[in-house]
Design a protein around this ligand. Structure first.
Ligand SMILES: [Zn+2]
Length: 164
């Protein structure tokens, strides 16, 4: 039987993840590079000249003095949680094949249940919106599934009353 390439794709281990995104500075740097791939651009006047207001975590345009925070307009805006918590949540949610529960996320992130629930739903929503905009292409592989509700007796493949 050929090896299932999806199941055997290279994992990102927890130590590898922590080495890359374990600190707030690393997460900020990564987010900066995603938002402004070719360097900071003022959203107001498109000038590339800016300064960082370290005390308030803001970027200020040297030309028009417009101020932007790194997280403004991203899914992290209005969140009091550090980026390290968000990044770890993204890691945990995307690595878990069976969808991690909000309760487990609460335990692993060390946040309240309500915060974990909000994080999970926000991330799932963003992932869904991202997926909705993607068309399937090239080779599409699907797992087989059997539909037909709960019944006693043999389960799964070959169960009576189930339609593949
Ligand atoms: Zn500007």
């Amino acid at each position: 039987m050929p090896k299932n390439l999806i199941q055997f794709q290279k994992d990102f281990s927890i130590p590898e993840f922590m080495q890359m995104y374990g600190t707030e500075v690393q997460c900020r740097e990564r987010l900066f590079n995603i938002r402004w791939k070719n360097g900071y651009v003022c959203p107001n006047c498109a000038s590339k000249s800016y300064c960082e207001l370290k005390s308030r975590s803001l970027y200020q345009c040297n030309k028009c003095h417009h101020q932007t925070s790194l997280t403004a307009g991203t899914l992290f805006s209005h969140s009091k949680l550090p980026l390290t918590t968000w990044f770890l949540a993204i890691y945990l949610i995307t690595q878990d094949k069976n969808s991690i529960s909000a309760l487990e996320l609460k335990r692993k992130l060390g946040v309240s249940y309500n915060a974990a629930w909000r994080i999970k739903h926000k991330l799932m929503q963003v992932m869904k919106e991202h997926d909705d905009n993607r068309k399937l292409g090239n080779i599409v592989q699907l797992d087989d599934a059997y539909i037909g509700g709960k019944q006693k007796g043999k389960r799964g493949r070959g169960a009576e009353g189930k339609t593949p």
